[in-house]
Design a protein around this ligand. Structure first.
Ligand code: SF4
Length: 65
């Protein structure tokens, strides 16, 4: 199971993660990204990796449990 965790202290809210994977990420009213799903389905694993790579703050961590 793949999970995404966002380090809120690093997140600057540019929403590049949302642009790469809108099914997985959104940005709240305070400009912090959050994860929309607890378990990332296999078909979205590539999008999750692309979002993590696109994050300039390196705030997205993917865990494969
Ligand atoms: S791209 Fe990174 S820093 Fe920007 S909103 Fe997404 S998680 Fe936060």
């Amino acid at each position: 199971m793949i999970r995404a965790v966002i380090d809120a202290d690093r997140c600057e809210g540019h929403a590049r993660c949302v642009a790469r994977a809108p099914e997985l990420f959104d940005v709240d009213d305070e400009g912090k990204s959050f994860v929309l799903t607890g378990e990332i389905p296999p078909e979205l694993a590539g999008a999750a990796a692309a979002a993590a790579q696109a994050c300039p703050e390196r705030a997205i961590f993917l865990h494969n449990d």
